[in-house]
Design a protein around this ligand. Structure first.
Ligand SMILES: Nc1ncnc2c1ncn2[C@@H]1O[C@H](COP(=O)(O)OP(=O)(O)OP(=O)(O)O)[C@@H](O)[C@H]1O
Ligand SMILES: [Mg+2]
Length: 267
């Protein structure tokens, strides 16, 4: 066993040129809607006039290009050693899927960190205009990627996504505590899949109730929104459509607009 003292992690918190704020979207648990929340928040922020970028930090399971309707064969152009992030719906994005296309990324952990740092620091995030907010869509868990992200950029905050279900809340709780240890402010909790509204207007709490609020209260953070299960939200994600614009009156879109307003009021 190696008993030599561990090397202190190298911290690089120098600002990313042209990026005003960096906000992570995390959950702990997989499949609870981090990427969906990231993309819809990006749409809602864009509608408020913000210049938005998305860094897809899910290197093994990137879903941002698909959700934005970006063609993955459009490899980022490189100018003066920096990647120009492709744009869709006026949102700029960088993702492993833009590099590997439909192929799986077969990388060991140190390479994952390297890829993440390159996406952060070797992307020209302000290629067209300065970027007001860079959203980072994290993979599930609190492993290497989370740690590397916090070490390689000064995060202005993290938004936690959970479903109301205990198994999701327990993981989100661990995630919140990891970010607290990393001294990243918890901007709030978005509860996803909170209920399903049937055509008669009756709400059904399919995954229980109150989990998001309990988590928010525990960390003294606001509950930013409660998103219903909405088949249109899933369909828009698959088709790369802007749910917030196309279903502007749907409750899910209204909730995302409210989260975006909350974020911009913190500017
Ligand atoms: N409120 C919702 N209504 C309907 N479908 C939803 C909703 N939220 C998410 N989904 C669907 O649930 C699935 C999982 O969502 P998503 O990919 O955003 O989760 P994730 O937390 O990013 O997953 P992973 O941990 O794998 O990255 C997707 O098919 C998405 O379209
Ligand atoms: Mg995801």
């Amino acid at each position: 066993m190696n008993t030599s003292p561990q090397r202190a992690p190298s911290i690089n918190h120098t600002p990313i040129p042209g990026v005003t704020r960096v906000v992570a979207v995390a959950s702990g648990k997989g499949g609870v809607g981090k990427s969906t929340v990231t993309v819809n928040l990006a749409h809602a922020l864009t509608a408020l006039g913000q210049q938005v970028g998305i860094l897809d930090a899910d290197i093994y399971g990137p879903s941002i290009p698909r959700m934005l309707g970006l063609e993955t064969y459009l490899k980022p152009e490189i100018v003066e050693g920096k990647m120009l992030p492709p744009m869709a719906h006026a949102i700029r994005a960088m993702s492993m899927a833009l590099i590997t296309g439909d192929e799986a990324a077969v990388l060991r952990a140190p390479m994952i960190t390297k890829a993440l740092v390159q996406f952060l620091r070797l992307t020209q995030w302000d290629a067209t205009r300065p970027c007001d907010i860079l959203l980072v869509d994290l993979p599930p868990g609190t492993g290497d990627v989370t740690l590397s992200l916090a070490q390689n950029v000064k995060l202005d905050g993290v938004i936690l996504v959970t479903t109301p279900q205990d198994v999701a809340v327990i993981d989100a709780d661990k995630c919140a505590s990891a970010f607290t240890k990393l001294q990243v402010p918890l901007l709030g909790v978005v509860e996803n899949m909170s209920y399903f509204m049937d055509p008669a207007g009756q709400e059904h709490a399919l995954f229980g109730a109150g989990g998001g609020m309990a988590l928010a209260e525990k960390y003294r953070a606001p509950l930013l929104g409660r998103l219903p299960l909405d088949p249109a939200m899933g369909a828009c994600a698959d088709q790369g459509k802007n749910y917030v614009a196309e279903y502007a009156d749907a409750e899910g879109a209204r909730q995302m607009q409210a989260v975006a307003r909350m974020l911009t009021s913190q500017n």
